[in-house]
Design a protein around this ligand. Structure first.
Ligand code: S3P
Length: 451
């Protein structure tokens, strides 16, 4: 294809991309319950599918990413019933050894969590599988799981660049390993633990810093014995999982947009209900508080083995900070939103230790830098983060790079901008937050869809 022709196709494609537009003047008000937690929804389906008995999941996130996981298990003959209205699902568990070979490749769409966690689980099956995804997923690094899984005895192939498709040859004998993870990644940790269920002996993972621990908590809910000590987690292969009743908390990653929005839009006052505040996920609360946000956490309780609470946020003037690197893994998905808070803060915010942002659904350092600059904000990317000088957000056209979190962050930026913000290519918002436009409009953001 000539360059001219591919440029033409690209520009035609861009014209077709739907956008949303925010207008200035909104504020966020009321009691809001954002949809269920994405990470927990994925894991609850996976463990339910290999448990014995019927697992019920209340508050399952019906977003494209979690549906990709669900469909993958349906393709492996697991019976899953959905009550769409209630948002509940029931999974008739096939047991550890009851999955059937899928008839075609498992297409996991945009979902890195589905691919990396499933890879671990599928290494222990007697059949072969091929895992594929959309353009973004097909460019994401998979060597980080392929390497430890291979050490466990798995037969797993990536492309020569270490990216998908992932070809997994079944029927291998897995053995437990002790693995020192080079990066803080819950996906890598979980992939190894899921393979560990099928391994001979003990599988032990040592993290450099704590990453989200939903797999560990859920394994315990499914009555699987798991040992945790500081940064070390281990389990013995060959046990059984028993079906469970799981209540999925509201997703703190989705709530984060409204925490930032309520902080930066004068006159805002919102309560986010039933939000998961697992300490391995709640870095955003700590970071926003350090920036001066007015955040109160109340009504703390437990649901599905996870701590939840209501989060009350009112608007206030924010200040720039040096974000402590140890908080980075605890808020890894919230940086698009946090960088919008930084853009609205007085002074300079410095983010370091966040190189992982470069290999998310997009290169989030690059995507946020170009978006912030388009909005007139001084944003300097670094290898592992960004330096943002707070200022007045201007109206702009922003490209989300097909990344749901970048799109939602710039929608929220619309609350503090002095002109319209148009976010291009927002459709992937549905991968984690179905009906985001209607939900945020109901909360007080002036947002509309443009074709
Ligand atoms: C996730 C872990 C994180 C996060 C992702 C969801 C999970 O990825 O960014 O959105 O559910 O385990 P890493 O494990 O790559 O940090």
């Amino acid at each position: 294809m000539t360059d001219l022709w591919s440029d033409k196709l690209k520009s035609m494609d861009q014209r077709r991309q739907p956008s949303f537009r925010t207008q200035p003047g909104g504020r966020l008000m009321g009691r809001l319950r954002v949809p269920g937690d994405k990470s927990i929804s994925h894991r609850a389906v996976m463990l339910g599918a290999i448990a014995e008995g019927t697992t019920r999941i209340k508050g399952f996130l019906r977003a494209q990413d979690c549906l990709a996981t669900l469909k993958a298990f349906q393709a492996m003959d697991v019976c899953i019933e959905e009550d769409r209205q209630a948002g509940d699902i029931a999974i008739r568990g096939a047991g550890l050894y009851g999955l059937q070979a899928p008839q075609s490749p498992l297409d996991l769409g945009n979902s890195g969590t589905s691919m990396r966690l499933l890879a671990g689980l599928l290494c222990g099956q007697p059949f072969d599988t091929l895992l594929i995804g959309d353009v973004s997923l097909m460019h994401r690094p998979m060597q980080r799981i392929a390497e430890p899984l291979t050490r466990m005895g798995a037969a797993i192939q990536t492309s020569t660049q270490g990216t998908p498709p992932l070809r997994i040859i079944g029927g291998q004998r897995l053995r437990g390993i002790e693995y020192h993870m080079p990066i803080a990644s819950a996906q890598v940790k979980s992939s190894i633990l899921l393979a560990g269920l099928y391994a001979q002996g003990r599988t032990c993972v040592i993290e450099p810093m704590p990453a989200r621990d939903h797999t560990e908590r859920l394994l315990a809910e499914f009555a699987y014995s798991i040992e945790r000590q500081d940064l070390k987690v281990s389990l013995q292969g060959g046990g059984r999982l028993q079906a469970a009743m799981i209540e999925v908390p509201a997703d703190i990653s989705s709530a984060a947009y409204f925490m930032v929005g309520a902080s930066i839009a004068p006159g805002s006052d919102v309560t986010l209900e039933h939000v998961g505040i697992n300490p391995t996920r709640s870095g955003v609360i700590e970071i926003l508080r350090r920036m001066g946000s007015n955040i109160k956490v109340s009504n703390r309780r437990m649901a599905g083995g996870e701590p939840v609470a209501d989060i009350h946020v009112t608007s206030t003037a924010l200040k720039g900070i040096h974000i402590p690197p140890e908080l980075v893994p605890l808020a890894i998905d919230e940086f698009p939103a946090i960088l919008i808070a930084a853009a609205c803060a007085r002074g300079v915010t410095v983010l370091t230790g966040a190189e992982e942002l470069r290999v998310k659904e997009s290169d989030r350092i690059q995507a946020m830098m170009t978006g912030l600059r388009a909005c007139g904000i001084n944003a300097e990317p670094t290898a592992d983060g960004m330096i943002v000088r707070g200022g007045q957000l201007q109206g702009a056209i922003v490209d989300s790079h097909g990344d749901h979190r970048v799109a939602m962050a710039f929608a929220i930026a619309g609350l503090a901008a002095c002109g319209d913000i148009i976010v291009r290519d927002y459709e992937n918002v549905a991968t984690s937050f179905p009906d985001f436009v209607a939900f945020s409009k109901g909360a007080g953001l002036d947002i509309s869809v443009e074709q």
